[in-house]
Design a protein around this ligand. Structure first.
Ligand code: SAM
Length: 282
């Protein structure tokens, strides 16, 4: 079966984007998230927290369409380099297309590679980072170990994930909201609470001076990104038999009514952890 039509066996589509029937939908969704002002702010705060500096050679694991990579390219300056890798061939193609129009395209490159087996023999990056990737991988420890292996002594390994245990969304029917949001997250991800576990993960691979930045995605207008996010949750709740289609539609209509009344609020915590690979002692 061709790679683009084979059914995905895992409920989390980001495990294998190339197996999804409509990869364009994911490309559009990653770009829409990237454009959302609250998302842009929390992404840029995390890059400053690491920090990404001028002249650095930075690796982004799971770069998707290159949203973060384009910001990294701006920060590393003309002497720096930003390399993105992703295990999805369709996202690598999209990232190449989208970054070819980017302001700092000369400092950017995108390659196909899996985070579990990075194609670099020696430690060579000043920073290796992964943004909203670790919650999607089967073996987070293995990926973070690989990131640490390819980072030069003294360099930083940084990971940021949302934490689905922290989603707070206003809705008249709280029980139904918990049923849909909790039920879908528990079924979709091996570790829906990935965010809060990131500092421990970095320490577990031997990184030192681990720091944590807790940030919040906040939406009071039902942005296109949040709207799609909630619609997908509703679709999956129906597919997985958590609620009937009519109930899912009633739930979505509840958000529309809240927006009209000026009462829509959704927040979700993002946890960004950074650790340092200390030089080996003689
Ligand atoms: C939610 S997207 C995040 C993309 C990008 N970092 C951003 O914030 O816009 C997750 C990405 O991780 C990639 N991914 C998932 N598992 C991976 C793995 N084991 N190795 C490399 N990439 C992986 C997916 O293909 C997808 O592009």
């Amino acid at each position: 079966m061709p790679a683009d039509t084979r059914p995905s066996s895992h409920p989390d589509p980001y495990r294998d984007i190339d197996a999804q029937p409509d990869t364009d939908q994911f490309i559009a969704s990653l770009e829409a998230r990237g454009r959302t002002p609250s998302q842009r702010r929390l992404r840029q705060r995390f890059l400053r927290f690491i920090p990404i500096r001028s002249g650095q050679h930075v690796l982004e694991v799971g770069c998707g369409t290159g949203v973060v990579l384009r910001d990294i390219a701006a920060l590393v300056g003309s002497r720096g380099r930003a390399l993105g890798v992703d295990q999805s061939r369709s996202l690598v193609a999209a990232a190449r297309r989208l970054t070819s129009r980017a302001a700092h395209r000369g400092r950017l490159a995108v390659r196909w590679a899996a985070g579990e087996q990075l194609p670099f023999r020696r430690p060579q990056f000043d920073v290796a980072l992964a943004v909203t990737v670790i919650l999607h991988v089967q073996d987070p420890l293995r990926v973070v170990k690989e990131m640490a292996r390819v980072t030069r002594p003294g360099g930083h390994v940084a990971v940021q994930d949302q934490d689905f245990g922290t989603v707070a969304v206003a809705h008249p029917d709280r029980t139904l909201t918990d049923q849909i949001m909790g039920g879908v997250a528990a079924r979709m991800y091996e570790e829906p609470y990935s965010g809060r576990r990131l500092p421990g993960l970095l320490r577990a691979v031997g990184l030192e001076r681990v720091r944590l930045l807790t940030d919040v995605y906040q939406d009071t207008t039902l942005t296109p990104y949040t709207k799609t996010f909630l619609e997908r949750r509703a679709e999956r709740a129906v597919t997985w038999g958590i609620v009937e289609a009519a109930v899912a539609q009633r739930w979505l209509d509840g958000f529309t009514a809240l927006v009209t009344a000026g009462g829509f609020v959704m927040t979700m915590n993002y946890y960004g952890a950074v650790g340092q690979k200390l030089p080996a002692e003689d």
